[in-house]
Design a protein around this ligand. Structure first.
Ligand SMILES: Cc1cc2nc3c(=O)[nH]c(=O)nc-3n(C[C@H](O)[C@H](O)[C@H](O)COP(=O)(O)O)c2cc1C
Length: 186
């Protein structure tokens, strides 16, 4: 993107933030990206710092925080104390705890066991609410993001990939020990 175009976009972002502040909002979360960026992994965290210079309201930085290191980096680049996690928390449900404990360790087998329990709980809830033809997609969506951080998720994703109906997924999760037999039947 050309420098002039970038500067115009930053100026628009500042105008937006000021308009929102004068409109009376209490706090502002900023995922600094352009419409053209979409979900491309751009990290325009320094834009948040620019916004911070012009508004007084609590500002929360957001975007592309996948690890504890990213959390440190976004805080440094944006100057914000507070950070909102989006996909990073879906990809690694233990990320907020890692941040709180300042634990840089990569996800391990113990973590995965904890997540398997979450997956079992998630699947039980999905099955209650979502039609059998649509429920597998919900699980695949989560595993799809989680495979970014957990090789175990990638393996499970491959195992459920061909399943088209909820009961097929239940049978697989039961076989894989993700849900208990009694829950699969219930
Ligand atoms: C599960 C999920 C639900 C989201 N729901 C909304 C929403 O309802 N409204 C919205 O403006 N953004 C929503 N987002 C986008 C996030 O607010 C966030 O700005 C975006 O995902 C970028 O942050 P990330 O890189 O941490 O994911 C959602 C993101 C995720 C992962």
């Amino acid at each position: 993107m050309a420098m002039a175009e970038l500067m115009a976009l930053i100026s628009k972002a500042l105008d937006c933030a000021l308009a929102l502040e004068s409109g009376g909002i209490n706090e502002l979360v900023v995922h600094a990206r352009t419409k053209a960026d979409g979900y491309k992994p751009v990290r325009r965290w320094e834009w948040v710092a620019r916004i911070r210079e012009v508004v007084k309201l609590p500002l929360i930085a957001n975007g592309e925080v996948w690890t504890v290191a990213d959390w440190h980096a976004i805080r440094a680049a944006s100057g914000c104390d507070d950070v909102m996690l989006g996909r990073g928390a879906v990809a690694d449900p233990l990320l907020a705890r890692r941040i709180r404990c300042s634990a840089e360790a990569e996800p391990n087998d113990d973590d995965w066991r904890e997540i398997e329990a979450m997956l079992g709980d998630f699947w039980t809830r999905v099955e209650r609410k979502v039609l059998p033809a649509q429920s597998p997609g919900r699980l695949k969506q989560w595993l799809g993001l989680m495979q970014r951080r957990y090789p175990q998720a990638e393996r499970l994703f491959q195992t459920v990939r061909e399943a088209r109906l909820g009961p097929e997924v239940s049978a697989i999760l039961q076989r894989e020990g993700v849900i208990a037999k009694s829950r699969a039947v219930a």
